[in-house]
Unconditional design. Structure first.
Length: 154
């Protein structure tokens, strides 16, 4: 007997929640330098790792938070010596933020933990399942991206 559409939706909803929690525990809550860093801080650090530096405005837009909240968050990361804030020499009005050396080292560690996580997953499934895993994740990602572009929010 096949499941109803509602049963599938309920199962997927719970599975996504459970997977996110397990993924977070597996990657970010292992004994490491990242052990006590809140998820909101990790999101900022991962975002900052995408290029040399960002304007504060970029951070507020990426996180969808008020500039005062972003400033508080960056202040906390500065106290932890994970990021640095500076002004552009040619335009002192522009405040930029970048990862410190400690922050870059932490990102390297986190990326290595993620890589090891995926190696373990890939080694425990068949080649066909690997391809399916990538295909379904890509399809899911594309649907979510399209929904965001079209302003479809739930």
């Amino acid at each position: 007997m096949s499941k109803s559409k509602q049963e599938i939706i309920d199962e997927l909803s719970q599975l996504c929640t459970d997977m996110a929690e397990k993924f977070f525990q597996a990657i970010y809550r292992r004994p490491s330098k990242a052990d006590q860093i809140p998820l909101s801080h990790l999101k900022v650090l991962m975002f900052l790792s995408k290029k040399e530096s960002f304007k504060m405005k970029d951070i507020t837009e990426e996180l969808g938070i008020a500039s005062s909240s972003a400033t508080d968050l960056i202040d906390k990361l500065i106290k932890e010596h994970l990021v640095e804030r500076y002004r552009k020499p040619d335009d002192r009005r522009v405040v930029k933020v970048k990862l410190s050396e400690k922050g870059r080292n932490l990102i390297v560690e986190l990326k290595e933990m993620k890589r090891k996580f995926w190696v373990t997953i890939i080694e425990n499934i068949s080649e066909e399942d690997r391809e399916d895993l990538v295909r379904y994740h890509r399809k899911f990602y594309n649907i979510i991206g399209k929904m965001a572009e079209e302003g479809i929010f739930i």
